[in-house]
Design a binder for this molecule. Structure first.
Ligand SMILES: Nc1ncnc2c1ncn2[C@@H]1O[C@H](COP(=O)(O)OP(=O)(O)OP(=O)(O)O)[C@@H](O)[C@H]1O
Ligand SMILES: [Mg+2]
Length: 246
Protein backbone atom coordinates (compact mmCIF):
# COMPACT_ATOMS: atom_id res chain seq x y z
CA UNK A 1 0.00 0.00 0.00
CA UNK A 2 1.66 3.15 -1.17
CA UNK A 3 0.88 6.78 -0.47
CA UNK A 4 2.06 7.86 -3.91
CA UNK A 5 3.26 4.55 -5.35
CA UNK A 6 6.80 5.22 -4.12
CA UNK A 7 6.77 5.91 -0.41
CA UNK A 8 5.54 2.98 1.72
CA UNK A 9 2.58 3.79 3.92
CA UNK A 10 3.49 4.70 7.49
CA UNK A 11 1.05 2.65 9.48
CA UNK A 12 0.72 0.23 12.34
CA UNK A 13 -2.12 -2.28 12.46
CA UNK A 14 -3.49 -2.69 15.98
CA UNK A 15 -4.94 -6.16 16.23
CA UNK A 16 -5.97 -8.09 19.30
CA UNK A 17 -6.29 -11.56 20.75
CA UNK A 18 -10.08 -11.15 20.81
CA UNK A 19 -12.87 -8.66 20.61
CA UNK A 20 -13.14 -6.44 23.69
CA UNK A 21 -9.48 -6.69 24.73
CA UNK A 22 -8.87 -2.93 24.51
CA UNK A 23 -7.73 -2.27 20.93
CA UNK A 24 -9.67 1.00 20.80
CA UNK A 25 -8.22 2.17 24.14
CA UNK A 26 -4.65 1.30 23.16
CA UNK A 27 -4.96 2.66 19.59
CA UNK A 28 -6.27 5.95 20.97
CA UNK A 29 -3.59 6.07 23.68
CA UNK A 30 -0.76 5.62 21.15
CA UNK A 31 -2.26 8.14 18.72
CA UNK A 32 -2.80 10.70 21.49
CA UNK A 33 0.75 10.30 22.80
CA UNK A 34 2.29 10.58 19.32
CA UNK A 35 0.24 13.70 18.62
CA UNK A 36 1.28 15.22 21.95
CA UNK A 37 4.87 14.67 20.78
CA UNK A 38 4.18 16.68 17.64
CA UNK A 39 3.48 13.89 15.16
CA UNK A 40 0.51 14.19 12.81
CA UNK A 41 -0.83 10.75 13.67
CA UNK A 42 -4.30 9.70 12.55
CA UNK A 43 -6.64 6.82 13.27
CA UNK A 44 -8.45 4.51 10.88
CA UNK A 45 -11.00 1.78 11.56
CA UNK A 46 -11.48 0.14 8.12
CA UNK A 47 -14.66 -1.67 9.19
CA UNK A 48 -16.74 -1.65 12.36
CA UNK A 49 -19.93 -3.35 13.43
CA UNK A 50 -22.23 -3.43 16.43
CA UNK A 51 -23.48 0.18 16.54
CA UNK A 52 -24.43 2.99 14.18
CA UNK A 53 -22.59 6.26 13.59
CA UNK A 54 -24.16 8.99 15.69
CA UNK A 55 -24.66 6.66 18.66
CA UNK A 56 -21.35 7.80 20.13
CA UNK A 57 -20.60 4.13 20.78
CA UNK A 58 -18.80 3.20 17.60
CA UNK A 59 -15.04 2.74 17.69
CA UNK A 60 -14.54 5.61 15.26
CA UNK A 61 -16.39 8.00 17.56
CA UNK A 62 -14.55 6.69 20.63
CA UNK A 63 -11.18 7.02 18.87
CA UNK A 64 -11.96 10.63 17.93
CA UNK A 65 -13.24 11.47 21.41
CA UNK A 66 -10.25 9.93 23.20
CA UNK A 67 -7.62 11.48 20.90
CA UNK A 68 -9.27 14.83 20.25
CA UNK A 69 -8.65 14.37 16.51
CA UNK A 70 -10.97 16.54 14.44
CA UNK A 71 -12.25 14.27 11.71
CA UNK A 72 -15.60 13.01 10.48
CA UNK A 73 -16.48 9.60 12.02
CA UNK A 74 -17.45 8.22 8.61
CA UNK A 75 -14.03 9.17 7.26
CA UNK A 76 -12.33 7.30 10.11
CA UNK A 77 -14.69 4.34 9.66
CA UNK A 78 -15.94 4.29 6.07
CA UNK A 79 -17.72 0.97 6.59
CA UNK A 80 -20.06 0.84 9.60
CA UNK A 81 -22.70 -1.84 10.12
CA UNK A 82 -25.14 -1.84 13.00
CA UNK A 83 -25.62 -5.57 13.53
CA UNK A 84 -23.64 -6.94 16.49
CA UNK A 85 -21.94 -9.54 14.30
CA UNK A 86 -18.52 -10.08 12.71
CA UNK A 87 -17.99 -7.61 9.82
CA UNK A 88 -18.67 -10.18 7.10
CA UNK A 89 -22.07 -11.13 8.55
CA UNK A 90 -23.03 -7.59 9.55
CA UNK A 91 -22.17 -6.39 6.04
CA UNK A 92 -24.08 -9.25 4.45
CA UNK A 93 -27.19 -8.33 6.49
CA UNK A 94 -26.89 -4.83 5.04
CA UNK A 95 -26.54 -6.27 1.52
CA UNK A 96 -22.85 -5.42 1.23
CA UNK A 97 -19.95 -7.67 0.22
CA UNK A 98 -16.68 -6.30 1.55
CA UNK A 99 -13.58 -6.46 -0.64
CA UNK A 100 -10.02 -5.77 0.50
CA UNK A 101 -9.53 -3.35 -2.40
CA UNK A 102 -12.59 -1.27 -1.47
CA UNK A 103 -11.75 -1.31 2.24
CA UNK A 104 -8.25 -0.01 1.49
CA UNK A 105 -9.38 2.50 -1.14
CA UNK A 106 -11.78 4.02 1.40
CA UNK A 107 -8.81 4.82 3.67
CA UNK A 108 -6.97 6.81 0.98
CA UNK A 109 -8.01 10.26 2.29
CA UNK A 110 -6.58 9.36 5.71
CA UNK A 111 -3.39 7.88 4.23
CA UNK A 112 -2.85 11.13 2.35
CA UNK A 113 -3.77 13.47 5.22
CA UNK A 114 -1.69 12.05 8.08
CA UNK A 115 2.02 11.40 8.61
CA UNK A 116 1.28 8.07 10.27
CA UNK A 117 -1.84 5.99 10.84
CA UNK A 118 -2.87 3.75 13.72
CA UNK A 119 -5.27 1.29 12.17
CA UNK A 120 -7.62 -0.64 14.42
CA UNK A 121 -8.75 -4.08 13.31
CA UNK A 122 -12.07 -5.72 14.14
CA UNK A 123 -11.95 -8.50 16.74
CA UNK A 124 -8.85 -10.67 16.21
CA UNK A 125 -6.69 -11.83 13.29
CA UNK A 126 -8.96 -14.64 12.08
CA UNK A 127 -12.17 -12.62 11.86
CA UNK A 128 -13.84 -13.06 8.45
CA UNK A 129 -14.21 -10.04 6.15
CA UNK A 130 -15.70 -11.92 3.20
CA UNK A 131 -15.87 -15.48 1.85
CA UNK A 132 -12.14 -15.50 1.03
CA UNK A 133 -10.46 -13.04 3.39
CA UNK A 134 -9.82 -12.66 7.09
CA UNK A 135 -8.46 -9.64 8.97
CA UNK A 136 -4.97 -11.14 8.58
CA UNK A 137 -5.33 -10.82 4.78
CA UNK A 138 -6.18 -7.13 5.13
CA UNK A 139 -3.01 -6.58 7.22
CA UNK A 140 -0.93 -8.44 4.65
CA UNK A 141 -2.42 -6.37 1.82
CA UNK A 142 -1.62 -3.11 3.65
CA UNK A 143 2.02 -4.25 4.02
CA UNK A 144 2.45 -2.80 7.49
CA UNK A 145 3.52 -4.31 10.81
CA UNK A 146 1.08 -5.43 13.48
CA UNK A 147 0.88 -4.72 17.18
CA UNK A 148 -1.01 -7.23 19.34
CA UNK A 149 -3.24 -6.01 22.16
CA UNK A 150 -3.91 -8.75 24.69
CA UNK A 151 -5.60 -9.06 28.06
CA UNK A 152 -3.28 -8.82 31.06
CA UNK A 153 -4.86 -11.76 32.84
CA UNK A 154 -5.15 -15.52 32.79
CA UNK A 155 -5.38 -17.05 29.29
CA UNK A 156 -3.38 -14.34 27.61
CA UNK A 157 -0.23 -16.43 27.01
CA UNK A 158 -2.16 -18.92 24.91
CA UNK A 159 -4.16 -16.28 23.00
CA UNK A 160 -1.11 -14.12 22.34
CA UNK A 161 1.09 -16.95 21.10
CA UNK A 162 -1.67 -18.21 18.79
CA UNK A 163 -2.26 -14.71 17.41
CA UNK A 164 1.46 -14.18 16.83
CA UNK A 165 1.80 -17.57 15.12
CA UNK A 166 -1.06 -16.80 12.73
CA UNK A 167 0.41 -13.40 11.84
CA UNK A 168 3.84 -14.96 11.30
CA UNK A 169 2.32 -17.69 9.12
CA UNK A 170 1.12 -14.84 6.88
CA UNK A 171 4.60 -13.20 6.98
CA UNK A 172 3.35 -10.12 8.81
CA UNK A 173 6.04 -8.44 10.92
CA UNK A 174 4.97 -8.08 14.56
CA UNK A 175 6.22 -5.07 16.48
CA UNK A 176 5.26 -6.42 19.88
CA UNK A 177 2.50 -6.95 22.40
CA UNK A 178 0.68 -4.54 24.71
CA UNK A 179 -1.13 -5.98 27.69
CA UNK A 180 -4.28 -4.17 28.75
CA UNK A 181 -6.05 -4.14 32.10
CA UNK A 182 -9.62 -4.33 30.71
CA UNK A 183 -11.25 -5.04 34.02
CA UNK A 184 -9.99 -3.73 37.34
CA UNK A 185 -11.63 -6.37 39.54
CA UNK A 186 -10.48 -9.33 37.45
CA UNK A 187 -6.91 -8.05 37.37
CA UNK A 188 -6.71 -7.49 41.12
CA UNK A 189 -7.71 -11.09 41.80
CA UNK A 190 -5.50 -12.66 39.13
CA UNK A 191 -2.04 -13.84 40.24
CA UNK A 192 -0.99 -14.57 36.61
CA UNK A 193 -0.59 -10.87 35.77
CA UNK A 194 2.83 -10.63 37.41
CA UNK A 195 4.37 -13.31 35.17
CA UNK A 196 2.36 -13.06 31.93
CA UNK A 197 4.56 -10.45 30.26
CA UNK A 198 7.84 -12.29 30.79
CA UNK A 199 6.33 -15.63 29.77
CA UNK A 200 4.90 -14.12 26.58
CA UNK A 201 8.36 -12.71 25.77
CA UNK A 202 10.01 -16.06 26.54
CA UNK A 203 7.68 -18.23 24.44
CA UNK A 204 6.84 -15.87 21.57
CA UNK A 205 10.18 -14.08 21.27
CA UNK A 206 8.20 -10.83 20.97
CA UNK A 207 8.76 -7.78 23.15
CA UNK A 208 5.96 -6.73 25.48
CA UNK A 209 5.92 -2.97 24.93
CA UNK A 210 3.81 -2.15 27.93
CA UNK A 211 0.89 -2.82 30.19
CA UNK A 212 -1.91 -0.29 29.92
CA UNK A 213 -3.73 0.25 33.25
CA UNK A 214 -7.45 0.36 33.92
CA UNK A 215 -8.72 3.93 33.56
CA UNK A 216 -11.96 5.58 34.69
CA UNK A 217 -14.64 5.87 32.00
CA UNK A 218 -14.45 9.66 31.55
CA UNK A 219 -10.70 10.12 31.45
CA UNK A 220 -9.23 13.58 30.92
CA UNK A 221 -7.01 13.97 27.84
CA UNK A 222 -3.97 15.02 29.89
CA UNK A 223 -4.23 11.91 32.10
CA UNK A 224 -4.80 9.74 29.03
CA UNK A 225 -1.61 11.03 27.36
CA UNK A 226 0.36 10.82 30.61
CA UNK A 227 -0.79 7.20 31.10
CA UNK A 228 0.15 6.29 27.52
CA UNK A 229 3.64 7.77 27.92
CA UNK A 230 4.19 6.06 31.25
CA UNK A 231 2.86 2.62 30.33
CA UNK A 232 3.71 2.14 26.63
CA UNK A 233 7.19 2.11 25.06
CA UNK A 234 6.67 4.65 22.30
CA UNK A 235 10.22 4.58 20.89
CA UNK A 236 9.86 1.29 18.93
CA UNK A 237 6.45 2.46 17.70
CA UNK A 238 7.91 5.76 16.48
CA UNK A 239 10.76 3.87 14.83
CA UNK A 240 8.34 1.56 12.99
CA UNK A 241 6.34 4.58 11.86
CA UNK A 242 9.58 6.38 10.86
CA UNK A 243 8.80 9.27 13.18
CA UNK A 244 12.00 11.21 13.75
CA UNK A 245 12.65 11.76 17.51
CA UNK A 246 12.56 15.41 18.58
N1 LIG B 1 -7.54 0.09 30.18
C1 LIG B 1 -8.86 0.17 30.30
N2 LIG B 1 -9.43 0.90 31.28
C2 LIG B 1 -10.78 0.99 31.40
N3 LIG B 1 -11.64 0.43 30.55
C3 LIG B 1 -11.13 -0.30 29.54
C4 LIG B 1 -9.74 -0.47 29.36
N4 LIG B 1 -9.53 -1.24 28.27
C5 LIG B 1 -10.75 -1.54 27.80
N5 LIG B 1 -11.72 -0.99 28.55
C6 LIG B 1 -13.17 -1.08 28.33
O1 LIG B 1 -13.46 -2.41 27.93
C7 LIG B 1 -14.33 -2.43 26.80
C8 LIG B 1 -13.63 -3.08 25.61
O2 LIG B 1 -12.50 -2.29 25.22
P1 LIG B 1 -12.27 -1.84 23.74
O3 LIG B 1 -13.55 -1.36 23.15
O4 LIG B 1 -11.11 -0.92 23.69
O5 LIG B 1 -11.91 -3.27 23.09
P2 LIG B 1 -11.66 -3.60 21.54
O6 LIG B 1 -10.62 -4.64 21.51
O7 LIG B 1 -11.41 -2.34 20.83
O8 LIG B 1 -13.05 -4.23 21.09
P3 LIG B 1 -13.63 -4.39 19.57
O9 LIG B 1 -13.25 -5.76 19.12
O10 LIG B 1 -15.12 -4.25 19.78
O11 LIG B 1 -13.06 -3.30 18.72
C9 LIG B 1 -14.73 -0.98 26.55
O12 LIG B 1 -15.92 -0.69 27.22
C10 LIG B 1 -13.58 -0.17 27.16
O13 LIG B 1 -13.96 1.09 27.58
MG1 LIG C 1 -12.47 -1.51 19.29
Amino acid sequence: MNKDNEEPMRGLFITGTDTGVGKTMVTAAIAAALRADGCQAGVWKPVQSGAGLGSGETDAERLLQLTGIKEQPDTVAPYTFEAPLAPMLAARLAGVTLTLQELIAAGKPLIERYDALLIEGAGGVAVPLNDDALIVDLIAELQIPALIVARSGLGTINHTILTAAFLSQHRIPILGVILNDCDDQDIQNDPSVVTNAELIEQYSGLPVLGRFPFLPAEVHTDLFIHTARKSIQLAPIKKALKIVPR
